[in-house]
Design a protein around this ligand. Structure first.
Ligand SMILES: *[C@@H]1O[C@H](CO)[C@@H](O)[C@H](O)[C@H]1NC(C)=O
Ligand SMILES: *[C@@H]1O[C@H](CO)[C@@H](O)[C@H](O)[C@H]1NC(C)=O
Length: 418
């Protein structure tokens, strides 16, 4: 009847389970304290946004300042942004200031007013309203030091929410997510697009099936390629969808009218551009809004980086895909693209080549009518090309050929008023 004890040692301190549990608990508690410290010192911060109407007294308003695509607009906005940035970088808020961005320039009397949004990161104890006085004081000090821009000294600021900032930036053109949140970083990774990455991308569909890409340029107008309508020209057959998936789109809108360029020539692909009017205006959101259009005078810089997006097939002759793809390409000079080793004279005025000379990244069937975009120095995205044609897809020395948007800037204004 003798039963040996289950526990062989009667010293509880040497019990390996007790040692294990004790060590585990101590390590856990230390890790928790370190974690909390890091959290409170580094991450317990929140973004605060302010808005200001900065009136510039000594710059006379002119028409060139009405569109973000002009050189004048870009230069003046950059001067205002760097003036504000420098003021905060030299202040005791230097580690709190993230970005300032001019959303819009407008006329007031004879002078110019810049709509500016600013982002800061403050610790959670300080809300935007409590820090407002300090931000305002630094801006006031800046007025004494604004170089040759003369700013109205009564310039004030208001506290706005994240949502207000998002609304302001989605009403303006060309903002991708990094600009909408006034984030310090910019990221474009991989080949598959995330929701909201290319908010102006449209899928133009015939009887519910993806047929061509399109580009949202206002809440009512979509640009695309003329050749998309060769087989289906009745607007009633067409719908436009928004969002990265063609299978479960964010929004579907019927097409009201299709305006094809009068001189579109299928044999040479000349004037391959069309404007599509939607049946109703879309409401701009973070994931659906318009791209910026360049000024007609904007020059094209060979070998600069651009992005092409679409649901086109990944290989020549393949099927279209349901998730939006993105590809980084470079602009190619017309001389090079028109040379005998390349398209041998087929590149006509109003066309633009882009791709990689190795052919690794290219637009393909189903991408037609979609956007080729570039980012400007202020992180606004501009439409430079519309996917038009090419010899197969991704063939070395045979890059994608695009309708050059600057060449049709006046046509676009005439057809759409944009
Ligand atoms: C701006 O400069 C004037 C004179 O140079 C000075 O009186 C004023 O206090 C300054 N204002 C600020 C906000 O620094
Ligand atoms: C490309 O070459 C052809 C033939 O030489 C010429 O007619 C055409 O104008 C050239 N394209 C451009 C954009 O100059």
């Amino acid at each position: 009847m003798y039963r040996p004890p289950r526990v062989t040692s009667n010293s509880r301190f040497l019990n390996p389970w007790v040692v294990f549990v004790t060590v585990f608990a101590v390590v856990g508690i230390v890790a928790m304290i370190v974690g909390l410290l890091i959290h409170f010192l580094a991450f317990d911060q929140k973004s605060c946004f302010y808005h200001s109407n900065v009136q510039i007294m000594n710059v006379e308003y002119n028409d060139q300042l009405s569109s973000p695509g002009t050189q004048e607009y870009r230069i003046l906005s950059e001067r205002i942004e760097s003036m504000i940035t420098n003021a905060f970088r030299q202040s005791n808020l230097r580690n709190r200031f993230i970005r300032a961005h001019v959303v819009r320039l407008r006329q007031e009397g004879n002078s110019v007013v810049a709509d500016v949004v600013m982002k800061f990161r403050f610790s959670r104890r300080n809300n935007g309203e409590s820090m407002k006085g300090m931000v305002q004081a630094i801006l006031q000090q800046m007025l004494n030091n604004s170089g040759n821009l003369e700013i109205n000294p009564s310039t004030g600021i208001t506290t706005i929410t994240d949502q207000d900032t998002e609304n302001i930036l989605t009403q303006a053109c060309g903002a991708r997510p990094d600009l909408i949140t006034l984030s310090a970083e910019r990221v474009i990774g991989g080949t598959q697009a995330e929701e909201g990455d290319w908010p102006w991308q449209v899928s133009l569909q015939v009887n519910g099936a993806h047929h061509c890409g399109g580009i949202l340029i206002s809440n009512l107008w979509v640009l695309t390629a003329a050749h998309c309508f060769r087989s289906y020209s009745n607007p009633q057959q067409w719908t436009a969808t928004f969002g990265v998936s063609t299978r479960s789109p964010r929004l579907r809108v019927r097409v009201r009218t299709i305006s094809i360029h009068n001189n579109y020539t299928p044999a040479t692909h000349e004037n391959d551009i069309a404007a599509v009017q939607l049946e109703r205006a879309v409401t701009f959101t973070r994931d659906i809004h318009r791209v910026c259009l360049p000024a007609a005078t904007q020059s094209v810089t060979p070998s600069s980086t651009a992005y092409v997006t679409g649901w086109g097939s990944l290989t020549y002759g393949g099927n279209t895909v349901t998730q939006l793809q993105q590809g980084q390409v470079r602009l190619i000079s017309t001389n090079e693209c028109n040379a005998s080793a390349s398209y041998n004279g087929a590149i006509l005025p109003g066309m633009l080549c882009a791709g990689l000379l190795t052919g690794a990244v290219d637009a393909c069937q189903g991408d037609s009518g979609g956007p080729l975009v570039q980012e400007d120095s202020r992180r606004l995205w501009f439409l430079v090309g519309i996917v038009s044609w090419g010899y197969q897809c991704g063939v070395p020395n045979m890059p994608g050929v695009y309708t050059q948007v600057t060449a049709y800037r006046d046509w676009i204004r005439q057809e759409t008023g944009v």
